[in-house]
Design a protein around this ligand. Structure first.
Ligand code: HEM
Length: 167
């Protein structure tokens, strides 16, 4: 019998398996079901449970796991993670909304040009969050940042004008 194609695990599946009965973990682009290993893990179950639904590669490598630890992985393999063909980033880049807001401040509160908005919203991630509906509150706060100092400056010069007896 020839080797079957590896199962592809989607981001939704990875996130759905978060219970102790069926707990998926993503390491180096491969998804493992570690539910039976949780109680045996020498580092405790909490550290593994904390990696639910995200890429645990960095946490796994930071510990400097031995070859024996790595040899345990194949038995728990579920399949390849879907996003290996694209970007390695599992979660949406959280800096994009703040970058967009910074750009809109720098461009005098005008929204970024359509081309820029397009490039900011283009992402290989299906889960990229849109700018929240309350983003306009941010613009209001930004406007205050300009109008309050300007008002104070105007009041100061007004006071100087009257106190010098020009009127
Ligand atoms: C399926 C994945 C994992 C396997 C098979 C595994 C296996 C092991 C094994 C066999 C050890 C004993 C030391 C060694 O041989 O390296 C160990 C230790 C340890 N592991 Fe994991 N591990 C996994 C995931 C993780 C993750 C995601 C973390 C998150 C931080 C982690 C944190 C630790 C820590 C802190 C220790 C050290 C415990 C100590 O020295 O007291 N492990 N692991």
């Amino acid at each position: 019998m020839s080797d079957a194609a590896p199962k592809i695990v989607t981001l939704e599946e990875l996130r759905a398996h978060k219970s102790r009965d069926s707990f998926y973990i993503l390491i180096h682009g491969k998804v493992y079901n570690v539910s039976k290993f949780l109680d045996e893990h020498p580092g405790g179950d909490e550290v593994i449970l904390a990696e639910a639904g995200q890429d645990a590669t960095e946490a796994f490598e930071d510990v400097g796991h031995s070859d024996e630890a790595r040899a345990l992985l194949p038995d728990m393999l579920v399949g390849e993670f879907e996003q290996n063909s694209g970007s390695k980033c599992v979660l949406p880049p959280s800096f994009l909304p703040s970058l967009s807001s910074l750009l809109s401040t720098l461009t005098n509160h005008r929204p970024p040009s359509p081309a820029l908005s397009l490039s900011l919203s283009l992402s290989p991630q299906p889960t990229l969050r849109q700018t929240p509906a309350n983003a306009t509150n941010n613009d209001d706060q930004n406007s205050l940042m300009y109008f309050v100092p300007l008002g104070l400056l105007g009041a100061y010069f007004g006071w100087r004008f009257y106190s010098t007896g020009a009127f």
